[in-house]
Design a protein around this ligand. Sequence first.
Ligand code: DI6
Ligand code: FE
Length: 410
Amino acid sequence: MATMSDGTPVCDRLWTRARLATMSAAIPAPYGAVEDGVVAARDGRILYAGPRSQAPAFMAAETIDCGGRWITPGLIDCHTHLVYGGDRAHEFELRLQGASYEEIARAGGGILSTVTATRAASEEALFASADRRLSALLAEGVTTVEIKSGYGLEIEAEVKTLRVARRIGRERPVRVRTTFLGAHAVPPEFKGRSGDYTALVAGPMLDAIAAEGLANAVDVFCEGIAFSPDETRAVFEAAQAKGLAIKIHAEQLSNLGGAALAADMGALSADHLEYLDEAGVIAMAKAGTVAVVLPGAFYFLRETVKPPIALLRQHGVPIALATDANPGSSPLTSPLLVMNMACTLFRLTPEEALAGLTRHAAQALGLQDEIGTLEVGKACDLAIWDIERPAELAYRIGFNPLHARIWNGQ
Ligand code: DI6
Ligand code: FE
C-alpha cells in the first residue's frame, strides 16, 4: 500500500458512510453486507472495502460521503447480443397473431432477418445502435458487458460485429468481453448444409477472428433449429485449439444434452437451460460450469418450462443472470427488471438475483479474480444506490434507484 512519509496510507478516492453489499462469499452476512462501511480505491483498484472501524486512516485525494446509501459491485451483464442491425417488432406482431418463434425461424425470419439487416449495416450504424442500448445498461449500474456476434454468419460480417463490440470497450466507460457466436444459425446460403457451414465456422471464420484477437470466448446455439451436439463439439474443439474459452446456448427449446457436453469440455457457462435435466445439472456441478438463466427470453417467448432452479441449488451450481439483450427473444436492456423477473418467474431470492448479476456473472466470464465482489485487489467497479435495503433492487418494477456508477475507480 502506498503511504505518506509518516506511514499514512494513500488512496485516490474514498467512499464513506456507505452500506456495502460486498457479495463476498467470505463474509457470512446476507449480501456479504457491511453496515458502516468504506471503500478506498487507488489506480482503479479496490484498496479496502469493509467496516469503517477496521479501515486504515486513509489520506484521500477525494472523499465521497455516501450518506448511508448502499454500494454494490458494478453490475455485470454476462450474456448479450448488443450489436445487430434492424429490429424485429414486426415478428412480435406476428407472434401475437399466433405464429410461434420456431415457425418464424423455420420460415426464414427470426435470426435470419436480423442477419440480413446486420450484413447491410455499416460499422458506424452498428456502433450507434449498440451504443444506445449500452447506455440503457449503464444507466442501471452495468460496468461489464459481454457481447456476442452471431448476426453476421459470414467472415466479414462476424469480424465487423466483433470489431464494433471491441470499439465499445475502447470508447465507452465499460469493460467489454467478446464472444464469437458464428454458430448461431445456419445462413441462407448454406441451407441444408449445416455441416459445411460448421466447417466454415470452426475453420476460416474462427481463424480470421482469432488472428485479430477479436474474441475472448466461443459460443454455439445447440438446438434443433440450430446446431447438433456433434457440430457443437467440433466448434468447441477448434476454439480450444486456439486457447479460447467456450460457452453454450443450451436446452432453451428442447433437451439435446448440450449443457453436459459443454460442461464435460470445461465450458465457462451454459445459458438458457429451461429444458435442462438432472444429468446436465450434475455435469455442470462437476465441471464448475455456471448456469446463466435468462428470464427476459423466457418471458418474451412466453415459455412455460422453467429452468431447474431447485436442482441447480441442490447441486451447488452457481446461477448467473443476464439480459440476453437481442432483437428476437429478449429485447431487454434492464438488468434491474431481469432481477425482478428472476424472482417472480423463477423464485430466486433477491440475494441470489444480485449474486447472479455480480459474483456469479463474473465467474461466467472467467473474471472472478477481477470483478464481481467488493474485495481488495479487484477493479473498483461500483454501483451506488438510493435504497434502504438491497432487496429493493429486485423488488421494484420500472424504477431506477441508481445514484452513481463508478468504473475502474472513476
Ligand atoms: N437464443 C436466443 O434466445 C437468441 N439466440 C439464441 O440462440 C435469440 C436470437 C434471435 O432471435 O435473434
Ligand atoms: Fe443469447
